[in-house]
Design a protein around this ligand. Structure first.
Ligand SMILES: CC(C)(COP(=O)(O)OP(=O)(O)OC[C@H]1O[C@@H](n2cnc3c(N)ncnc32)[C@H](O)[C@@H]1OP(=O)(O)O)[C@@H](O)C(=O)NCCC(=O)NCCS
Length: 289
């Protein structure tokens, strides 16, 4: 899994190491659960790699491939144990992830950078393509009429085809594994019966996580969010990662959310709106694109 040379040797995460990997993401204050780690492994077993000492997993990365108009390798879970930082291990994790992406024949690398990660990625040639904000808060209804129940979830193939028109890639493996690991699919239909919007919602370590949300028409966002509040329950905590400008801020505040942290979507080489083009209102999560 490593490029030839020295440095920490990354190799695929073993099933029994998931709790140790979770310890690493928890140390960074991230929201992932064991189910989130396991989903990444199912999506690409050779692409979720760790470096460890005799006690614990000390560093990690994940690569999730998406195929379509572009062949994207999505990099996530770049994590280094706080006691092991500033020794080049984060840079080595990134180099190993890029090596994996090249080996798989993928032609674009994408990731969502935290403030800590951004300088490391910039040094490797990544460029920012879109600022994003993590919105978080205790949910409340948005003030409109009480929502109708969302429609019964349509077949996954229909959701994936609808999504591909906005994302440009086939995310059916991701959607399949989201549902397998307990995520809920919310969908709204147009009066014609066509799909109008959908969103996935899953339990996180600290808060429910919403994403991706795809809604080509902006007017469908408030009813979808009200359906989210209905499902999660008022007063419960939820978060979502929103490309800046994709959802009017007053709509997010209306359902109880506030901006909690900033992220940069970055690609190598420079790409345009990778997995965050028009119609994509919330991304999946920063480890999944
Ligand atoms: C971001 C993160 C992965 C970086 O890991 P790291 O191991 O500290 O990264 P590196 O050591 O490669 O680089 C960090 C610094 O060490 C420097 N460095 C690199 N190689 C070095 C070496 N051999 N010896 C000493 N310092 C080195 C780098 O130049 C960099 O310094 P600078 O930013 O001041 O220029 C780590 O801070 C982390 O896990 N943060 C929490 C999770 C997170 O935000 N992840 C990013 C997700 S996008």
């Amino acid at each position: 899994m490593n490029p030839p040379g020295s440095g920490p040797q990354f190799r695929p995460l073993l099933p029994g190491e998931v709790p140790s990997a979770l310890r690493l993401s928890r140390l960074a204050g991230w929201n992932q659960t064991e189910a989130d780690w396991e989903r990444l492994v199912r999506l690409n077993p050779a692409g979720v790699c760790v470096w460890r000492d005799q006690e614990e997993v000390r560093a990690s990365f994940s690569v999730t491939p998406y195929q379509g108009t572009q062949r994207i390798g999505w990099i996530g879970m770049i994590l280094v144990d706080p006691a092991f930082r500033n020794r080049g291990i984060g840079s080595a994790a990134l180099a190993a992830a890029l090596h994996h992406i090249r080996e798989q024949g993928l032609d674009l690398a994408g990731l969502d950078a935290t403030d800590l990660g951004e300088p490391v990625y910039r040094k490797h040639g990544f460029v920012s393509i879109r600022p994003m904000t993590r919105w978080r808060g205790r949910l409340k209804f948005g003030g409109g009429p009480l929502p109708d129940s969302p429609c019964a979830p349509p077949p996954l193939e229909a959701v994936a085809a609808f999504d591909q028109r906005c994302s440009g890639v086939d995310r059916s493996p991701l959607f399949h594994h989201l549902l397998q690991s307990g995520a809920r699919l919310l969908a709204l239909k147009e009066e014609t019966g066509d799909l109008a919007a959908f969103g996935f919602l899953r339990p996180g370590r600290e808060a429910w996580q919403l994403g991706p949300v795809v809604a080509p028409r902006e007017s469908r966002i408030p009813p979808l969010f009200d359906a989210v509040v209905q499902l999660v329950g008022e007063g419960n905590e939820c978060l979502c990662d929103v490309p800046d400008g994709a959802i009017p801020q007053d709509q997010l505040r209306a359902v109880g959310m506030e901006a909690s942290r900033h992220l940069q979507r970055m690609t190598l080489p420079a790409g345009r709106d990778v997995l965050c083009g028009p119609g994509i209102r919330c991304v999946s999560a920063f480890e999944m694109g």
